[in-house]
Design a protein around this ligand. Structure first.
Ligand code: HEM
Length: 512
């Protein structure tokens, strides 16, 4: 470890700390080391340096105050093999990234997402209806919701059922893509470039990477071509792709960039949103008192004879606290996405060399007992005491309530769309349903495992069983009515659907 670097675990010649890195749930080890080495420490990966930040103050000092030199992403041979240089989330900092990011802002900025809100509301109404009809499939219904919103927002075509071909193809691809992104799934080709030359028949990861690339291109460019065809026929519905194609020269985007722009938005926005909502349900089951308090507030402010709207949210203090606590309790991206530095910087009095990888250990921050009382408990009340949920009186500089969406120039451009989705669905779900543990054969409640999460950079609760029932027959009627009313909004996004999707819609609308 070079002089001036933050401290860290002892290193081994050549490999540094590589041998002690866990290959799954790395955030737990990062947190253990943070308690030992402090809010900033370093790891050596071969010759390169990784910095781990577990202090909001130091996150602010490095990633916010020095945002121009900390906005890169680490080089990744895997990403280049699969997506070239056009994957907005993993793109190196530079002109290509800037071009795509500008286009993403045009589609997802505050004003633009106001136009998208009717489709989010309509999709959320379908979600309630789907859960009412088949509560045991709530997992798939939440995934469909999140995916369909982005499909409509960007491509202008929705995905009305879990089995819609656009959903199955996308999730088949994402399954392999997430597995490849798992730390340890691919040999350390970026540290030891010689490994790139291992022939495909010896390297399974290379074959999977090529399969993912093929699937991604089929899905992303297939959707792009369909959207272009629709627009060519004069059918417009205000979706992002219309703006992007119309302003293609102004944005300086070519076909390859547009294909990956849409693909990245689906990848970045779909699983994150559904994972958040699954965690919410998990917490409602494990913390029935919180559920009751949230339901009481919904009934008091919204009433029982109308569905909630965004206008109710400012009057729902406990629900707002619940939303923030769900982000804190199980952050969807527990290490955000890795940043990389393009200049040597100072942080906490230590040197952060140019070319370092920087991880924000959000999990470690959110579980820090110096910042939060009983951090392992799900307690929305903490956000009623202070804006960022920290213990009253502690120095919580840098602890923004929206830290879960990242920091600096790479922070989430989808935050407004995501927050609208979260707000409307949390209100809807709490208003509509009771969530209870599943029963075992002997009739005893089975408490879900609060740590049974998917591994990987992005996490989500593993499938769990529970009982979801409407809170009253009147509410069930309102849900059916809202679903039928949503057709008015949906109709503009359904023209390009396949026959099976259309038949499904005809049937569910007939049944109400
Ligand atoms: C619960 C929902 C979501 C959460 C918690 C979330 C969180 C994040 C985080 C932590 C990052 C990395 C920030 C960093 O590196 O500092 C990120 C990046 C990103 N997010 Fe989100 N996100 C969500 C939803 C969405 C949605 C709905 C979209 C778009 C439709 C989206 C698009 C993106 C993109 C494109 C990036 C990469 C930005 C870049 O590298 O320049 N996200 N998000």
């Amino acid at each position: 470890r070079e002089r001036g670097l933050p401290p860290g675990p002892p290193t081994f010649p050549i490999i540094g700390n590589l041998h002690i890195l866990p290959t799954e749930f790395i955030q737990y080890k990062f947190t253990e080391w943070a308690r030992q080495y402090g809010g900033i420490y370093s790891l050596k990966m071969g010759a390169s340096t990784t910095i781990v930040l577990t202090s909001p103050k130091l996150v602010k000092e490095l990633l916010e105050n020095q945002n121009a030199s900390t906005a890169d992403r680490p080089a990744s041979h895997l990403v280049e093999t699969v997506c070239g240089r056009f994957h907005l989330s993993f793109a190196r900092y530079g002109a290509l990234w800037r071009t795509q990011r500008r286009a993403a802002h045009a589609i997802l900025g505050t004003q633009a997402v106001t136009r998208l809100f009717p489709i989010q509301r309509a999709e959320a109404a379908q979600s309630l209806h789907d859960i009412l009809a088949s509560p045991e499939s709530f997992y798939a219904h939440l995934e469909r919701y999140a995916h369909s919103v982005i499909m409509s927002a960007f491509y202008g075509t929705r995905a009305p059922r879990c089995e819609s071909p656009e959903i199955t193809a996308f999730f088949e691809m994402i399954h392999d893509w997430s597995a490849l992104n798992e730390p340890g799934a691919v040999p350390p080709v970026d540290l030891f470039p010689i490994l790139k030359f291992v022939p495909g028949w010896l390297a399974t990861w290379k074959r999977t990477a090529m399969k993912v690339r093929k699937l991604q291109r089929q899905v992303y460019f297939g959707l792009l071509d369909r959207a272009a065809e629709r627009i060519g026929m004069g059918e417009r519905n205000g979706s992002g792709i219309e703006d992007v194609l119309e302003r293609q020269d102004e944005f300086r985007l070519h076909r390859e960039m547009i294909g990956y722009l849409g693909g990245t938005l689906m990848e970045a926005g779909s699983e994150t949103t559904s994972s958040y909502l699954k965690t919410l349900i998990l917490c409602m089951i494990a913390y029935p008192d919180v559920q009751r308090r949230a339901q009481d507030e919904m009934d008091r402010v919204v009433g029982v004879d109308r569905i909630p709207t965004l206008a109710h949210l400012p009057h729902l203090c406990y629900i707002q606290a619940l939303i923030l606590e769900t982000h804190r309790f199980r952050p969807t991206l527990p290490l955000l996405l890795p940043h990389a530095t393009t200049a040597t910087e100072k942080c906490g009095g230590y040197v952060v060399p140019s070319g370092s990888t920087v991880f924000v250990n959000l999990w470690g921050i959110f579980q820090d007992p110096d910042l939060y009382d009983d951090p392992e408990k799900f307690e929305p009340e903490r956000y009623l005491l202070t804006e960022n949920g920290a213990k009253p009186g502690v120095d919580a500089d840098g602890l923004k309530p929206n830290l879960s969406f990242g920091v600096g120039r790479r922070s989430c451009p989808g935050i407004h769309l995501a927050e609208n989705s979260i707000n409307i669905n949390v209100m809807n779900l709490i208003w509509a349903f009771d969530f209870q543990p599943a029963m075992d054969a002997a009739g005893n409640p089975v408490q879900p495992d609060m740590f049974a999460y998917h591994k990987g950079l992005g996490t989500a609760p593993l499938p769990f069983k529970c009982r979801i029932t409407p809170r009253s027959a009147e509410k069930a009627d309102i849900i059916r009515r809202e679903f039928l009313d949503a057709e008015e909004v949906f109709v503009k996004f359904e023209s390009g659907l396949g026959e099976e999707d259309k038949e499904f819609l005809r049937k569910s609308r007939r049944q109400g």
